[in-house]
Each structure stands twice: as C-alpha cells, then as structure tokens.
Design a protein around this ligand. Structure first.
Ligand SMILES: Cc1cc2nc3c(=O)[nH]c(=O)nc-3n(C[C@H](O)[C@H](O)[C@H](O)COP(=O)(O)OP(=O)(O)OC[C@H]3O[C@@H](n4cnc5c(N)ncnc54)[C@H](O)[C@@H]3O)c2cc1C
Length: 507
C-alpha cells in the first residue's frame, strides 16, 4: 500500500523559495516538515536553466540569502553553476537533506475542511499537512508557443530552460525565438559556434551593459576575514536599487535620462543603421525588463547573425516562417519564450475550501493577501505570489520578507493552539489588491507603452510589486489577524468547558 505521511508543513519546491522556507522553519524550531520537489535535485531555476551563458543579472552579493553570505562568489554576476552549487551548499549547511522528498511531483492538493489540513497527492505517495508553502517558482514552467507546423519540424527543438546538452550546435543553422533575459545571454554564448544564427524578435529589449567582472582574491579574502565587509557590500547594492524604485513606480519620466544611455550603448555597439533601427525599442525604458549585457549587441553585429524583426508565425518542414513572411531554413529551433507566469501551473492542482481550484478562483487574475495567502485557501501560502516580482532588484529580498511572514504565521497558529487554520478574508484580499493596483497606475509598467509578461490576459499587472523592497518588508513583518478568519474544527465535541464555533471573527 502507498505510504502516507502527515507533517506540520509541506513545502513545494526546492529553489531559493522552498529552501529558504525550510531554513526558516528550522530556525523557528519546526522540524516536522517535508520539501516536495519534482526534480531529482535541489536548485529550482538554477538547476533547470543550464543554457550557455546563464548567469544572474543582479549582483551575486545581493542575489543570495542574507543569512548565508558567500564570501567566495567568483564574479560580480556569477554563473548558473556557482549559484546552483551555492543552493546545494545551503541545503547541507542548514541540515535540509532529511526533509527533502526529491522526485515527488505534487499532482493535486485538496483542503479537507473537517480535518483542517491539506491532502497532497504526489507522484510518489500521499501526504497531509496542516500548512502548505507553495514555492513552485514564477519562472519554473517553460512556455512554448503553439506554432503551426512545429510538430513536423525534422530538426532539434528545445526551450532555453531545458537545454539539450547532448545536441552539438557546432556549424548548425539555428533559429533563436525571443529576445528576453535568457535569449540575450544565449545569443553571444552560441554565436561563435553556430554556422548561422537567426534571431526572431517580436519586440527589441532595452539593453544596458552589465558591469560583470571577476571578484579578486583580495576582495574574497576580505569578505572571508571581515564578514562585515560583505554585509556592507550587500547593503550598498541594495541601497542603490532602492533609490531607483521611484523612477519605475512614480516618475517614469526620469527613466528618459537612462534611456539616453541605453541608446548611446546601442549606437556605440551597432554601426549598421538598418540593424540599429531594428534594435531600437519604441516603448519607454523600464516598461519591459531591462536587460544587462555587454556582449549581446556585438554578437548581433557578427556576419553569421540575422535579426528578423518579427515573431515566428509557422514552421514548414525545416523552414521557419516569420510573421513578416521571412523564410529561413534551420537545423534547430531554440525557444527563449519565457514561462507560465500569470497562469502558474500549480494553481490548477490546488482545490480550496469551496471546491474550486486556485486557477478557477483566479480566472480574472491572480490576487492574494500580501503576496502570500488567498481567500478560500486556508493555511496555504505562496512564496513569490502575485505582485511580489521586482523590475530592478533581487528576488531573494522579497523571498526573505515572505519568510518573515511565514514565520509569524506559524507563530500565530501555535499561539492560537489546537487544530486551527487561518483563512484570508476576501475583504482583506480585496483591499490589498485595490491598493496595489492603484499604485500600479503610475508605474512605467502600465504607462510605458509596452506589452510584457508582467501583464496577465486582461492587461493587469499581477506580477510586480509597485514599491521598494523595504516597504514590502514592512508590509509582511507580521500577520495581522484582523485580515484572517480563524477556523476551528466544525465537529469539536461540546463539553461544559468548551463552546465550539465554526469560525471566530477577530475584529
Ligand atoms: C534564467 C533565469 C535567471 C534569473 N535571474 C534572476 C536574477 O538575476 N535575479 C533575480 O532576482 N531573479 C532572477 N530570476 C528569477 C528567479 O526565478 C528567482 O530569483 C528565484 O530563483 C525563484 O526561486 P523559487 O524558489 O521561487 O522558484 P524556482 O527556482 O523556479 O523553484 C521552483 C521549484 O519548484 C519545483 N516545482 C514546481 N512545480 C512543482 C510540483 N508540482 N511539484 C513539486 N515541485 C515542483 C520546481 O521543480 C523547482 O525546483 C531568474 C530566473 C531565470 C529563469
């Protein structure tokens, strides 16, 4: 018979979010938890994205946990291999291995309103948990567009997040679809190797130079010997980014100044006026994610690269056809077409208190309370939930704020005592989202004249946080019980000492 395990907390996912939650639970003295991970190792994003050139675009000293500084980052913007190794190191250092349940894909979870717990079905047995922390990642499930004729393509096809390292690109004719953050790292990495590279670009990105360099031995020695220097470096990187936020969220006009620098970068790198015109964005700087690379433009200027300023329309045999009619014969198609962000796949697999899935509840757009909990889904918390993304800084800052919220949530449950669940009040969820969306109106993401993956099918930005990371930290420091219904078991026996109630309102 399949094994069933009950735990206090089930964490789904073992990227920065899931591992961070695991560390935080242990620090709160909670050891009765599992981390359910569909892959056979930890690392999330940094396990799955192993494409050539893959690296972070936020400096490593900020793109790492504050509670696990790494004095040995090799570069200012370290590569995938080192970030993945860092997450393995965190797993060992904080004793997380016994909690890991690898190759356990969560297939379905259902709230049991009588037992006040989540029933969880995985690919390797079932679990139940009082609390679920869903850290399945915003950029975890690759999106490949439905291109007519793709099935009949005789060559190689893969997504940037599922790189096929067994396929040798040397001398091949390659179509790269998309010009997002992954594509601009891939293009310069493969351009010298491939025979011909055709880049399909629906919209050109704004690109600034990335100030990447080796971190010297002396710097590393200093950070190891005097750890406060590493903290100071992180603080400086954080502070600079906090100062930039108001340009994105309140005064997009200020971004015009930086836009000029980006234009100068383009002009310096691309001498051919026709190519430069193709690569010049027609929307405001910052509206889509600003991309950082010193190698992207020079790679595009090479003679074995063509830029087709149009999306992919169809595939006919080994010919890829752009929306503008351009036809190119290729051996391989690489999709750098992003992820299921505003339609997160886990939402289809979670059935809440009303019998609806999270996806059904969110059919008009994702909405949560403080980026974490959702009405109708008691004791369910999402790490990097709706409106917690950033346009200019490290997601680890947001994750750590959410871990503060999780820690306080667990404390509140303990203080309330017994079998108990917290359910976000619809009124609180509504109030939070009205506030977030009203602040969104002034942002460059709304007014900058672009269509981006930050927006959902209704054109609403349910992805980004329209403020500083410091503000988000303050907003998530503590759970405000007034925003929750406290749910006790319905069938609690009536005794002289107790007067059961279905729900306790906390005013
Ligand atoms: C190429 C790339 C570069 C990036 N660079 C940066 C950067 O420089 N700075 C920055 O701030 N952010 C960056 N990001 C964003 C990045 O996603 C976040 O910073 C962070 O890594 C997200 O961590 P996470 O744990 O929430 O999600 P992930 O790292 O995506 O981890 C989610 C985990 O959940 C697992 N999972 C999903 N569904 C299930 C299921 N049903 N059952 C079991 N397990 C499941 C997945 O296998 C995965 O291991 C980048 C993203 C990508 C793709």
């Amino acid at each position: 018979m399949a094994k069933h395990e009950h735990v206090r907390v089930a964490v789904i996912g073992s990227g920065f979010g899931g591992l961070g939650a695991a560390v935080r639970l242990r620090r709160e003295g909670i050891t009765d938890f599992v981390v359910l991970e569909r892959a056979d190792s930890v690392g999330g994003t940094w396990r799955d994205n192993s494409y050539p050139g893959c690296a972070c675009d936020v400096p490593s000293h900020l793109y790492s946990f504050s509670f696990a500084p790494n004095p040995d980052w090799p570069r200012t913007f370290s590569g995938q291999r080192h970030i993945r190794a860092y997450l393995e190191h965190v797993t060992d250092t904080f004793g997380l291995r016994p909690h890991l349940r690898l190759s356990h894909e969560v297939l379905r979870t259902r709230w049991d309103g009588d037992a006040l717990r989540w029933e969880i079905e995985t690919s390797k047995g079932s679990f139940s948990a009082d609390v679920v922390v869903s850290a399945t990642g915003p950029l975890s499930d690759p999106k490949i567009p439905d291109v007519p004729g793709l099935d009949g393509f005789p060559g190689k096809v893969f997504h940037s997040a599922r790189w096929d390292h067994d396929y040798d690109l040397t001398g091949k004719r390659v179509a790269m679809i998309g010009t997002g953050a992954s594509a601009i790292q891939i293009v310069p990495a493969i351009q010298p190797t491939v025979g011909r590279l055709t880049l399909f670009q629906r919209t050109p990105p704004w690109v600034m130079r990335r100030m990447d360099r080796r971190i010297t031995g002396a710097e590393r020695w200093l950070h190891r010997t005097l750890p406060f220097t590493s903290t100071a470096r992180r603080g400086l990187l954080w502070g600079i980014r906090e100062l930039q936020v108001s340009a994105f969220t309140k005064q997009p006009a200020v971004l015009g100044l930086i836009e000029n620098l980006a234009k100068a970068n383009l002009a310096k790198s691309i001498k051919d006026p026709a190519l430069r015109a193709k690569l010049t964005p027609s929307y405001r700087f910052g509206c889509k994610r600003i991309l950082l690379s010193g190698e992207y433009y020079p790679a595009l200027a090479q003679p074995n690269v063509d830029v087709v300023a149009s999306g992919l329309r169809e595939v006919r045999g080994s010919t890829v056809v752009a929306a503008d009619g351009t036809e190119t014969e290729v051996d391989a198609i690489i999709f750098g077409t992003g992820f299921h962000v505003t339609d997160m796949p886990i939402a289809d697999r979670v059935v809440g208190a009303e019998g609806l899935t999270l996806a059904e509840t969110w059919k008009d757009g994702m909405e949560s309370l403080r980026g974490a909990t959702a009405a109708g889904f008691p004791n369910w918390m999402t790490i990097i939930g709706p409106n917690t993304g950033l346009g200019n800084s490290s997601m680890i800052l947001m994750i750590e704020s959410q871990l503060n919220y999780l820690a306080d949530y667990m404390r509140q449950l303990t203080v309330l005592g017994g079998r108990v669940a917290l359910a976000a009040r619809p009124s609180a969820v509504g109030a939070w989202n009205r506030k977030v969306q009203s602040r969104m109106e002034r942002t460059v993401w709304k007014s900058g004249g672009c269509d981006s993956w930050y927006l959902d099918a209704n054109g609403r930005n349910t992805t980004l946080w329209p403020g500083t990371t410091g503000e988000f930290r303050r907003e998530t420091r503590q759970v405000d019980l007034a925003e929750y219904e406290i749910i006790r078991p319905k069938a609690a026996p009536v005794t002289a000492e107790s007067t059961p109630r279905d729900t306790e309102a906390v005013a």
